[in-house]
Design a protein around this ligand. Structure first.
Ligand code: ARG
Length: 463
């Protein structure tokens, strides 16, 4: 059934109908479509555009349809053009002429815009709570491993010793920014387009504040052309979700490396690993790899949306129907990834001994050796040079800073004394990094607490 039959003599061909139809992907917005229609009909009734009785009957009819869909009594007809057509058709089948009054002062263009905003606002809330759970797991692990020494890297070369808790909290900072971006995005999305009509508003005496209030929107689209053709909120959400995926993907990459025998910093739980069909010894971090791989889909969704929108003249054009599969895919993918990732992280086994062993090689304490000389009065640049010579000496003698005898140290610079061995001790190097934002255990614990307070405080505020 098409809503626009009157002008046409022939029905759509099957292939054209299939090509044109969006019900296979927009049916997931049935709830929002019904919510939007209930609010619209109520507003029509209150403004005297339809009778109060008709408005009441339409509201009841729509609630009945919702109930029947939810309890499986009514299945959505996949031959319909879109979810809007299906719901209106079903309402008319149930109510006759009264049902036909619903679409007064409305177009599918403002209807689809309101449905999508309502749907995505809810999705943002779901994704927000998934990210919050992940951040809480990170905080709990960070507290548990606040004193665990590991090598910090730059260029994937061992650089300076840090704590594992500090490394984990770097990710919680990223995810906090993601939460912020999502809430910003939701704020800008929170604008009600109903009443923009097809493109030029309407001559009926509608009251858009009523619909906005009923649907719990903060604002109202102030330009009818923009109201029906704005998809910035989809692009912005896909952008925010792409950044979430960048973070999950970088984290996954580290987890994959840490699981390898070359690192062996962690072991994933059996429930989150897979084996090989041929190599009996294998335990593969497939979940992390999939998360890393799926980031590509979300970036693709963003690129698709940008490309669809870039050449569209005002106002609505059918190209815009392409928005939904892209943004739905981005939302679904991020939810799926977070749902798999958080328990994987929660159940991983950390191997502190191996982390420490890795931190003990590779002259990771060389900066601290230079700092030791600097604290004894040598200018840092000279201390740096002397330590460089000592590292070269160690490499030549195949020993470490810890095992190089004091006479050798003194040959390079006579400021060295016994105290050097304490100064370059791994624990000292990591635990003395007490500068704000640094990796010492007290900072890790305080930061984990700060982040936890922020998340739990935010949630009680919302209640
Ligand atoms: N399925 C359409 C979409 O997703 C709904 C809006 C249809 N409007 C129209 N003028 N054909 O964009």
């Amino acid at each position: 059934m098409q809503l626009w039959k009157g002008r046409f003599q022939k029905a759509l061909s099957k292939t054209t109908n299939d090509f044109n139809s969006s019900i296979s992907f927009d049916s997931r917005m049935y709830r929002e479509d019904i919510e939007g229609s209930i609010a619209h009909s109520k507003m029509l009734g209150e403004c005297g555009i339809i009778t109060k009785e008709d408005a009441e009957a339409i509201g009841q009819g729509l609630r009945g349809i919702l109930e029947d869909i939810e309890n499986g009594k009514l299945s959505i007809d996949m031959e319909a053009e879109d979810i809007h057509t299906f719901i209106e058709g079903e309402l008319t089948a149930r109510l006759g002429d009264t049902g036909k009054r619903l679409h007064t002062a409305r177009s599918r263009n403002d209807q689809v815009a309101v449905d999508l905003r309502l749907y995505l606002k809810k999705q943002i809330d779901e994704i927000t709570s998934l990210i919050e759970s992940l951040v809480l797991v990170l905080c709990q692990k960070a507290e548990e491993y606040s004193e665990t020494i590991m090598p910090g890297y730059t260029h994937l070369q061992r650089a300076q010793p840090i704590t594992f808790g500090h490394h984990l909290l770097a990710y919680s900072e990223m995810f906090l920014r993601d939460l912020n971006r999502l809430s910003d995005c939701k704020r800008r999305m929170d604008v009600m387009p109903l009443g923009c009509g097809a493109l030029a508003g309407t001559t009926y005496p509608i009251d858009r504040t009523i619909t906005a209030q009923l649907l719990d929107f903060e604002g109202i689209a102030e330009n009818s052309l923009d109201g029906v053709s704005d998809r910035d909120y989809c692009i912005e959400l896909a952008g925010a979700l792409s950044i979430v995926m960048v973070h999950l993907s970088r984290f996954s990459e580290e987890i994959i490396m840490w699981c390898s025998h070359e690192f062996k910093f962690i072991e994933l739980d059996d429930a989150f690993s897979t084996g090989s069909s041929i190599m009996p010894q294998k335990k593969n971090p497939d979940i992390a790899e999939l998360v890393r791989g799926k980031s590509g889909r979300v970036f693709g969704d963003l690129m698709g949306l940008l490309t669809v929108m870039k050449g569209i003249p005002l106002a609505y054009n059918k190209d815009m129907q392409e928005d939904k599969e892209a943004i739905f895919d981005a939302v679904d993918t991020v939810k799926m990834c977070l749902t798999a990732f958080t328990p994987m992280l929660d159940t991983m086994k950390v191997l502190p001994q191996n982390m420490r062993k890795a931190a003990a090689g590779g002259f990771i304490n060389a900066t601290d050796c230079a700092d030791y000389l600097t604290k004894k009065g040598l200018p840092f640049r000279d201390a740096y040079k002397a330590t460089g010579e000592i590292v070269a000496l160690c490499i030549e003698k195949d020993c470490t800073l810890e095992t190089l005898p004091l006479e050798e140290y003194k040959k390079v610079c006579d400021i060295f004394d016994e105290g050097v061995y304490e100064a370059i001790g791994l624990e000292k190097c990591a635990y003395e990094r007490k500068s704000r934002g640094g990796p010492c255990p007290d900072n890790v614990r305080a930061n984990a607490q700060r982040v936890k307070n922020y998340i739990t405080g935010k949630n009680t505020e919302n209640k």
